[in-house]
Design a protein around this ligand. Structure first.
Ligand code: C2E
Ligand code: MG
Ligand code: MG
Length: 546
């Protein structure tokens, strides 16, 4: 199978696995999200319902106590027909009180609005709670119990009412229940426990897979607990589960596909780049470096160029990074050196002052054989080390003893070493001193800021001072217009510059033409000078003129 298809197959396999994994993770995350949302919503609803029920029970209890107070001031003889009729009138006015009458404090019923005076139970009922004011509570009194729901009888003096302190279950969500728990003097539950949900302190709880919320009355000695089984809460949130799992699954799917796309593109680009290097398909553009004061060309920077198999011109930052990640950037440096010698070898041999700038990476500096191999190649081509300047970025030298050693060796061989994109990294005086280089290339962000007035411009004098202190030569990058050029020319220093104002990166042939034109211009100026002396003071440009 051709290599191209093998790469594609691997790509598709990885892409599919990642996409499926991202989908599964998305759905799982959706499930967890929905679970959290459903539980939160159930909690909110439960707290709302419990608070509402407590308010209703409080209102009913207040009504029951008012009814009892009215009954105890009855003007009629104890348990007479007239008194029972009077009681019925009072009870009719209440919505929930079903029944009432007289009960002696020992717990025996003497008369009842429902049962009269005759068919009454003989036993003495026992109160489950006696309040501080002497009122008593009886739980589920047999004669009055009409449904499965627990009922309570409230007694004050000798009057009693049945149906007080009762929870109304209207409006409860399906699966939810409410329980009323009487609270004893010491805060303990005194009514019989309902499904283990007898709590006498406020709070939201999760008990045995059930969600519960308890709110206690501020006025009366009871608490209301609302609860729902977790499964019922999840049942209610079924649509939430469907929505969250679908949505998060989709997010996972899109993220997976995007990652797969980026991965495959990078992978195949990396493969394409390796192929292009092997087939020697990269080429170099050269950008002139000039002496700012005289505008004479004193060198050029070699910049690699690559067009991928889809015909896209890939920016060098991007493909250099790709090669660094793939561990084959050293191949590009070799290719650049080979092309430089092929394209401009004659110029370099014939023009001693012309400097060809070559970018090298941290990876190159770390390779022990890099410097000796470069020297050997230059020697074979008859080009002196002084003609090739090396550009390295600050980051590629950070905390790297190998890089320091490579710099030392290159300088010893005769190369000038430049710190590229200066100002964007670790640019401290101490650091520069330690690095021991020949020159810095001030990054184009500083040049771009000239005339716009932001902070970066203020740093330029500091950078100049730093370079002066360390006797470093300066090349300014990114000079695009006359304002910027004038700013640097006015510094009263011998600065070199590079930028669109002097020439964009161009093919080797074009650079050779420009160098020749520059040399003619220099010769003419010298002749016009009449005294035969070069009026420019740059030694580099003087040598080009030769
Ligand atoms: P660099 O070494 O700082 O190269 C200068 C970059 O600034 C070049 O971008 C050049 O085209 C651009 N430039 C020059 N003058 C101007 C200007 O006036 N205005 C603006 N806006 N830009 C200007 P390019 O060619 O895209 O290269 C980008 C980077 O890629 C280079 O930055 C260098 O770090 C890296 N690179 C390029 N070729 C090679 C190479 O052969 N080897 C290595 N290791 N890195 C390379
Ligand atoms: Mg550079
Ligand atoms: Mg640069």
């Amino acid at each position: 199978m051709p290599k191209r298809y093998r790469v594609l197959r691997k790509c598709v396999t990885v892409a599919l696995s990642v996409t499926v994994a991202a989908l599964v993770v998305g759905v799982a995350a959706g499930y967890l999200l929905a679970r959290a949302v459903v539980l939160r919503v159930a909690e909110e609803r439960l707290i709302h319902q419990t608070s509402r029920s407590l308010a209703e029970v409080d209102a009913d209890t207040a009504a029951a106590r008012a009814a009892l107070a009215a009954m105890n001031t009855s003007p009629y003889p104890y348990c007479s027909d007239a008194e029972l009729t009077y009681f019925r009138h009072i009870l009719f006015r209440s919505t929930y009180l079903r029944e009432g009458g007289r009960m002696e404090t020992g717990g025996r019923i003497d008369c009842s609005t429902m049962l009269g005076r005759e068919a009454l139970p003989k036993e003495q009922f026992k109160a489950i709670d006696i309040d501080r004011d002497g009122s008593r509570v009886y739980w589920n009194l047999a004669p009055f119990r009409t449904s499965k729901q627990a009922t309570s009888v409230l007694q004050a003096g000798t009057a009693y009412v049945d149906g007080a302190m009762q929870i109304h279950s209207e409006g409860l969500p399906p699966g939810a229940s409410m329980t009323l728990t009487l609270r004893g003097a010491r805060g303990q539950p005194v009514s019989p426990s309902a499904n283990g949900m007898s709590f006498t302190t406020d709070g939201y709880r999760r008990v045995d897979g059930r969600l519960s919320d308890t709110r206690c009355s501020a006025v009366y000695p009871y608490c209301v607990t609302g609860w729902i089984a977790g499964a019922d809460a999840f049942d209610m949130g079924r649509s939430m589960f469907a929505a969250c799992m679908t949505l998060m699954g989709l997010v996972g799917l899109v993220a997976g596909l995007w990652w797969a796309f980026v991965y495959c593109r990078k992978w195949t680009r990396g493969q394409q780049l390796r192929r292009a290097i092997r087939r020697d398909e990269l080429w170099l553009a050269y950008q002139p470096v000039v002496d700012i004061a005289s505008r004479r060309i004193v060198g050029a920077e070699a910049l690699a160029r690559w067009t991928d198999e889809e015909g896209v011109a890939v920016p060098p930052d991007e493909f250099i990074r790709l090669a660094e990640e793939g561990g084959f950037v050293g191949e590009i440096t070799k290719l650049v050196l080979r092309h430089v010698l092929h394209d401009l070898g004659d110029l370099l041999r014939a023009t001693p002052g012309f400097q060809m700038h070559v970018n090298v990476t941290a990876w190159d500096l770390a390779a022990a054989e890099f410097v000796p191999r470069m020297e050997a190649v230059l020697e074979r081509a008859g080009v002196r080390a002084e003609s090739v300047a090396i550009e390295i970025t600050e980051s590629s030298t950070a905390n790297n003893a190998g890089a320091m050693e490579a710099i030392r060796q290159m300088r010893q061989a005769g190369h000038r070493v430049y710190i590229d994109d200066f100002g964007t990294g670790y640019s401290s005086l101490g650091y520069l001193q330690e690095l021991s280089v020949d020159a810095i290339k001030i990054d184009k962000v500083f040049t771009r800021a000239i005339g716009t007035g932001p902070m970066t411009v203020n740093l330029l004098p500091q950078i100049f001072a730093m370079a002066d202190a360390l006797r470093l030569e300066i090349v300014v990058e990114g000079i695009e217009n006359a304002v910027q050029a004038r700013y640097f020319a006015a510094q009263g220093k011998r600065l070199r510059g590079q930028g669109w104002l002097y020439g964009r990166p161009m093919a080797a042939g074009e650079l050779l033409k420009q160098v020749a034109a520059d040399r003619d211009r220099g010769n003419r100026e010298m002749l016009r000078g009449g005294d035969g002396k070069d009026r420019r003071s740059s030694p580099a440009s003087a040598s080009i003129m030769a």
